[in-house]
Write a protein that binds this ligand. Structure first.
Ligand SMILES: CCc1ccc([C@H](C)CC(=O)N[C@@H]2O[C@H](CO)[C@@H](O)[C@H](O)[C@H]2O)cc1
Length: 823
């Protein structure tokens, strides 16, 4: 007789049903009648998890036995998003699960909605790390993602009276079925104290670090399954805890606070994610966090190496480590410390291994985002690392002095230590000197990295600099977030292999002018717009009409991303309606989403301005619904998945030269939105791929921006020279959007008219003209739909699989290691 499918790992509808009932009973201790929505979700999560673990164990066995060269991705952020739907997609059992749920009379969508997303990141950098982990597993490349298991992730955003209100994100309150605690994988992490020199057994001078405080880091493992493969990689996140969780002596003498003081202090380190996507100077806890996960990760890599291949001298053959921006750059000094002080290596050998191990990715050009740490703080917190950084610097500057003879200015510019004002360690310089490859995240950005912030280093080591343009996971951002579109593409391609070979999207081109296909295409977009409109109505009370052009700008709120330029267009449109209510206008819904760093006042005022403008326009009878303005609260991965499929127009309007790449631009375009944008970041490459005629370009390019800024930019000339622009700014100052308070938005408008560092006024006119082109294109559904289909068809290049393939071939020199399919 047919061998009975194992319940715990069977992939059929029947096996899933049985496993679900078992898990509801044996894990949640519930039977159906009394189960809460959370119980129903947890039972589903554990059912999916079991199938993950089965593959994970087989992957781990193969990786261990084959001593596979492994990529370690070091990132302070991972914006993973909800696991369940994605895991079902990657297991290929979404349909079976949906049918099982039906037969169990479970509301499948409600179960998925129940999941709390792990918001362990701020924005682009954190989400990129998550997409890369998905692609590493899908491409069957052995990899470990190392990071921090923040107890509190990025805050939940509420909008109250138009203002952002931050609510702490206690995402672990109901437990996390997707992680496995590893109490036995624990490492000491030291801080403070001093160093001392001593002679070792072979009479060699050595240094030992005598720390003032030792805590420990404990591993929590989350399996990361690839799509259409049994390869499962590891995401290992560290939680900080006290070496001793209770000081009994203190307890005995009744000092109860003292008894738990060490515990509280230790746990604070991995307590919360810093909610800024631009650094805040000298935050000691931030430095402690960075060193904490770096030290645990490097110690773990050495343990894994010595447990499998060894010897330590071959460490860089086993591991290649990618530094996700400078946040983990201390890893360079930490590996040197362990190789010198604990493995008794000499400097040259240790440096060789370190340099061949690390690679560094830069994600931002904004000067204020290039991390530096006060020498005084490092001296106090990490005295041994400061010594090592000094030694690295000395040997490095010796090279510079020889290569660039008598060029002291260059030496000062390149030094790891900034001497102007308070002495600072320049983390980007440490990252470049300690890495054998350095890359930017889009062609323009990598070019600007080479010619501006790291120009001197490029002069010295041109061979070290390269580019890998970002990508996004088509599994999450098409199949999970837009299943209707996913199904249509599978129909055209005959199966789902396009999801791991995205160039297959090209096959949509031949249907671009087919009226029947166009009609289905438009229906898919309208359905997504209806879903979003329902959600927005429930959350914000704003009624969006799917007939309207959904014009969406969703990303962190930041002046260089120019949400205020978008607002000026909305106000211009409003003024035109007020001046001529019969003005023939394409109905639009202007939809915003994005969090502001809590300490970033201008960004928070921008959110208030958007909501204030919405309030007036949405309630103005003369507008009568032609246009609507709405702010989606709590823009995160889950809510992003509602927005990307529903957008007609994607706003990518940053000042050229400021947005390193952008990844939202790729997600919108992959879901059929057309882009209005500047020649910035990956917009340039998207426009090249989809065709200039299918992209609404406007504004200055990076060169013109640099030129205009060099010659002295005078924003007030635009204010005085353009009556419509002046009228729009004056309307903000009139108090119309602030119940007559003419001062509320002054900080924004004064900044625009007097400084305008991101040249909003300079690009205003060109932006308005481009928006006219958008409206006229939208009036012709056949033309618009054709452009939309061609946009999706030509987005294959922007899969994170392509980006990871480039890293693997050009930077990491690592090969795939397929895990045989268990089925
Ligand atoms: C220390 C605080 C902090 C936190 C995060 C960051 C990140 C580098 C900011 C970030 O997310 N950068 C974005 O990275 C994306 C992925 O490469 C790019 O697509 C975006 O253009 C870039 O802004 C800087 C400083």
């Amino acid at each position: 007789c047919e061998p009975r499918e194992p319940t715990r790992t069977g992939m059929s509808k029947e096996a899933l049903k049985q496993a679900y009932i078992d898990n509801l009973f044996f894990i949640q201790g519930r039977f159906r009648e009394v189960a809460t929505p959370h119980d129903l979700y947890m039972a589903a999560a554990f059912t999916a998890r079991d199938r993950l673990l089965e593959r994970w164990v087989r992957s781990a066995q193969l990786f261990k036995s084959s001593h596979a060269r492994t990529v370690c991705y070091l990132s302070a952020e991972y914006l993973l998003g909800p696991h369940l739907a994605k895991t079902l997609i990657n297991l290929g059992i979404t349909q079976a699960a949906r049918e099982a749920a039906e037969e169990l009379e479970l509301d499948f969508t409600a179960v998925l909605e129940e999941e709390e997303e792990p918001g362990l990141g701020n924005g682009g950098l954190g989400r990129l790390a998550a997409c890369f982990m998905d692609s590493l597993a899908t491409l069957r490349i052995p990899a470990i993602g190392y990071g921090i298991r923040y107890e509190f992730g990025i805050f939940d955003q509420r909008i109250e009276d138009g203002w952002q209100v931050e609510v702490s994100d206690n995402w672990l309150r109901n437990g996390n079925p997707w992680e496995i605690p590893r109490p036995k994988i624990c490492f000491p992490v030291c801080y403070g104290g001093h160093t001392e020199r001593y002679r070792d057994a072979d009479d060699q001078w050595r240094t030992r670090w005598v720390p003032a405080m030792v805590i420990q880091g404990m591993a929590y493992d989350t399996p990361i399954l690839g799509f259409g493969t049994d390869n499962v990689n590891l995401l290992r996140l560290w939680k900080s805890e006290a070496a001793e969780s209770l000081d009994f002596q203190a307890f005995n003498i009744g000092d109860y606070y003292g008894a738990v003081h060490a515990k509280i202090e230790a746990e604070t380190i991995s307590k919360i994610l810093y909610p800024n996507d631009e650094p805040e100077a000298g935050k000691e806890l931030r430095l402690k966090q960075q060193y904490f996960f770096v030290s645990c990760s490097i110690q773990d890599m050495i343990r894994l190496h010595l447990n499998t291949v060894g010897p330590i001298e071959r460490f860089d053959r086993k591991f290649v480590a990618q530094l996700n921006d400078t946040h983990p750059a201390l890893a360079i000094a930490e590996l040197m410390r362990l190789l010198l002080d604990e493995h008794g290596m000499d400097w040259e050998q240790a440096w060789g291994i370190t340099h061949r191990t690390f690679c560094y990715t830069n994600h931002t050009l904004l000067p204020e985002a290039l991390e530096t740490w006060p020498v005084a703080l490092l001296e106090r917190l990490l005295p041994r690392h400061l010594e090592i950084i000094y030694e690295i610097n000395q040997r490095f500057l010796d090279q510079v002095r020889i290569r660039f003879f008598a060029d002291d200015a260059r030496v000062a510019r390149m030094s790891l230590i900034g001497e102007d004002g308070e002495r600072q360690v320049r983390m980007a310089h440490l990252a470049v000197v300690g890495s054998h490859q350095v890359n930017g995240v889009a062609e323009l950005h990598s070019e600007l990295v080479r010619t501006t912030i790291l120009r001197d280093f490029h002069d010295l080591w041109p061979e070290r600099f390269t580019n890998v343009t970002n990508g996004v996971s088509p599994r999450r951002f098409i199949m999970v977030s837009n299943p209707r579109l996913g199904r249509l593409i599978s129909e055209v391609c005959g199966n789902t292999s396009w999801a791991r070979d995205l160039e297959q999207l090209r096959r949509l081109e031949e249907h671009a002018d087919d009226p029947a296909f166009q009609a289905r295409w438009r229906e898919i977009k309208s359905a997504a717009k209806r879903d979003l409109a329902d959600w927005m109505a429930a959350r914000t009370g704003v009624d969006l009409d799917p007939v309207q052009l959904f014009d969406v700008q969703a990303k962190r709120i930041h002046e260089y991303k120019r949400q205020h330029l978008n607002v000026l267009h909305i106000i211009r449109t409003y003024q035109r309606i007020k001046q001529d209510p019969n003005h023939d206008l394409v109905p639009r819904a202007f939809i915003f989403g994005g969090k502001a760093a809590p300490g970033y006042f201008a960004a928070k005022l921008l959110i208030k301005l958007i909501n204030a403008v919405a309030e007036v326009i949405n309630h103005d009878p003369e507008v009568n619904g032609t246009i609507r303005v709405a702010f989606m609260p709590d823009f995160n991965v889950k809510n992003g998945q509602r927005l990307y499929p529903a957008a007609d127009l994607s706003e990518q309007i940053s000042l050229a030269g400021k947005e390193a790449s952008g990844t939202g631009n790729m997600k919108f375009s992959m879901n059929g939105a057309l882009t209005i944008g500047t020649l910035d970041g990956a917009n340039i490459e998207i426009r090249r791929a989809v065709g200039e005629e299918n992209f609404f370009l406007f504004g200055m390019d990076a060169e013109t921006v640099a030129h205009r800024q060099a010659e002295g930019y005078r924003p007030w000339d635009h204010y005085h020279g353009d009556p419509e622009l002046r009228a729009d700014i004056d309307l903000i100052n009139s108090g119309l959007f602030s119940h007559g308070d003419t001062s509320l938005f002054r900080p924004l408008t004064d900044q625009l008219v007097n400084h305008d560092p991101f040249m909003v006024l300079a690009d205003y006119r060109a932006y308005l003209e481009a928006q006219e082109h958008v409206s006229s294109a939208y009036r012709d559904p056949a033309r618009w739909t054709r452009m939309s289909i061609l946009n999706v068809a030509r987005m294959g290049h922007f899969s994170s699989d392509r980006a990871i393939r480039e890293y693997a071939e050009r930077i990491w020199a690592v090969e795939p290691l397929p895990v045989e399919s268990g089925q």
